[in-house]
Design a protein around this ligand. Structure first.
Ligand SMILES: Nc1ncnc2c1ncn2[C@@H]1O[C@H](COP(=O)(O)OP(=O)(O)OP(=O)(O)O)[C@@H](O)[C@H]1O
Length: 521
């Protein structure tokens, strides 16, 4: 693994591995408040409950909490580096304060000037909860100085200076403004995730930066961040930009590996939950990683049934998966009353960036549902596969954020060592129809667009063929967007489904199609 693991603590030969607290070391490798509420767009209302949870903490306590974070302790050096370099990579351990503190520091030093700092997140739940946390830390209303923008919800205003948004939303903004002129600093967070959107965004931002420098426009600063990324590839991609390693974490996390291989990880997860439940105090909450809604529902039913016959604190089970309505997702952040235990059953949407305050124990099944597709038939497939080592470290990093914690890996240490170090980039295993359409709409050539990893030639060709068949582009060799193509880019969904939606009224089946879309998303 990259040097991050030297910081986080390497595995010891025994089953238990402490991710010990290390003292800070920063090394550079290179060679108000209450206004504007009414101006914010709709959407904040749906998060009122969550906002209340976040603002309950007293401002003085939040200030003190900030001061203890590794990033805060070396803030002067970090700001100096940001001022010095147009592009940099920042590697800091999970929970060190990268995502919540660095944008605030940039704003405190007014480095964004008259523009704004954008912080991208692969997932909407992370973008929303981070914005709420930072707004609380800055003692300001959400949608004012600090805002967020996710699909179907824009909680920002003309005063917004720190904006958390999903990478998909920034990509959409790039279609109408390829130079991303609204922003003077773009923080690309959780770079290790390697979703198609993040990979394309890396290229868009790189091109925008070059172009703005060439045109002597307001320069664009780019900061790429993660705890577990493949530094070498990124550094090469960003023309050998400096890499800053930040050591230190808030609290230690102990890693336990299973001694035996489990045939049934759901069963193993339930056994671990109840072993821990009967031996640990209430209000020390659990986060269990599973692969999808169905599995989460099955495990939830089992837990509820077993809990009736088990001693131990009262249990509240909270599911967390992408398809869950926002209000239910937010229950995860609701504090449990004294004497109770919260058990969060989540997919990998809780794997990076999020802080669920009382989580002490992570139960990591070691699997994830991964999307692949067949270029020949165009059929997509979701399969359950072992997650990468980087994902395991991210999962462990959801504990140890507000108190010491532990991660129970339901796979052996040998199994862990055999896994791929980093996530396989989506761009090499997923269909690229939306991406290719978006690039054409932005005026970019999909064949020459700079990507960290080159997708298989077949994928781009298949995407162009499909777009031609849909009538979104005029031809495959030198594609230009048609009127229909332009309409399709307005939908934040796959062009195939966008066309079905557009055509539905003609066939009198709009309601059915909308229902189908709602089920899909
Ligand atoms: N909602 C919250 N409630 C309580 N504490 C929080 C919350 N959000 C952040 N924190 C505190 O701030 C710390 C830093 O969080 P931040 O998200 O900035 O870390 P990070 O370095 O970006 O982590 P990661 O790499 O896991 O995304 C957390 O470890 C936690 O102590």
């Amino acid at each position: 693994m990259d040097s991050k693991y030297a910081s986080i603590g390497r595995e010891k030969p025994k089953i238990t591995n402490d991710l010990t607290v290390k003292r800070l070391k920063l090394c550079v490798n290179n060679a108000n408040t209450k206004k504007d509420k009414e101006q914010t767009n709709n959407g904040a209302a749906s998060n009122n409950k969550l906002e209340n949870n976040f603002s309950k903490e007293n401002t003085e306590d939040l200030k003190e909490a900030r001061k203890s974070l590794p990033v805060y302790l070396v803030r002067a050096r970090i700001i100096e580096e940001i001022k010095k370099h147009d592009t940099m990579i920042l590697i800091g351990e999970t929970g060190s304060g990268k995502t919540t503190q660095i944008p605030q520091l940039i704003h405190e030093h007014r480095l964004e000037g008259k523009s704004c700092v954008a912080v991208t997140q692969p997932r909407r739940v992370a973008a929303i909860t981070l914005a709420l946390r930072v707004a609380a830390e800055m003692n300001t209303d959400i949608g004012s100085i600090v805002g967020y923008s996710v699909r179907f919800e824009d909680v920002t205003s003309p005063r917004t200076k720190v904006k958390y948004l999903t990478d998909g939303m920034l990509l959409r903004e790039a279609v109408s403004d390829p130079l991303l002129k609204k922003y003077s600093v773009i923080v690309l967070d959780e770079a290790h995730e390697r979703t198609v959107n993040t990979d394309v965004l890396f290229g868009i931002v790189k091109l925008a930066q070059k172009e703005r420098n060439g045109q002597k426009q307001n320069p664009l600063k780019v900061i790429v961040m993660s705890a577990t990324m493949d530094v070498d590839s990124f550094r090469k991609y960003y023309d050998n930009c400096p890499v800053i390693y930040l050591e230190g974490r808030t609290y230690p996390v102990t890693i336990y590996h299973s001694k035996i291989k489990h045939e049934d990880y759901q069963y193993a997860a339930i056994c671990t939950i109840f072993q821990l439940h009967t031996t640990t105090p209430a209000n020390e909450d659990f986060l269990v990683f599973l692969t999808g809604q169905e599995e989460i529902e099955t495990v939830m039913t089992n837990i509820k049934q077993i809990a009736k016959e088990t001693v131990g604190p009262q249990i509240r089970v909270c599911p967390l998966y992408a398809g869950l309505p926002a209000a239910k997702q937010l229950l995860v952040w609701k504090k449990t009353p004294p004497g109770m235990r919260k058990i969060v059953l989540a997919t990998n949407i809780a794997e990076a960036s999020v802080t669920i305050p009382e989580i002490r124990y992570v139960i990591d099944t070691g699997v994830v549902k991964e999307r692949t597709w067949c270029t020949r038939t165009g059929a997509e497939r979701l399969s359950v596969v072992p997650c990468s080592q980087a994902a395991s470290w991210q999962r462990a990093g959801r504990a140890g954020r507000t108190a010491p914690g532990a991660s129970y890996r339901l796979y052996t240490a040998t199994d862990f060592k055999c896994r791929r170090q980093h996530n396989l980039p989506e761009i090499v295993r997923c269909p690229l129809t939306s991406t290719v359409l978006m690039l054409i709409a932005t005026g970019l050539d999909p064949a020459t667009f700079p990507l960290i990893d080159t997708p298989p030639k077949d994928s781009i060709h298949a995407a162009l063929l499909l777009l031609k068949e849909l009538g979104a582009v005029d031809n495959e060799s030198n594609p230009k967007l048609t009127v229909l193509g332009k309409k399709l880019t307005a939908f934040p969904i796959d062009p195939k489904y966008a066309k079905i939606l557009l055509c539905a009224p003609e066939y009198g089946c709009l309601e059915e199609v909308i229902l189908m879309e709602r089920i899909k998303h």
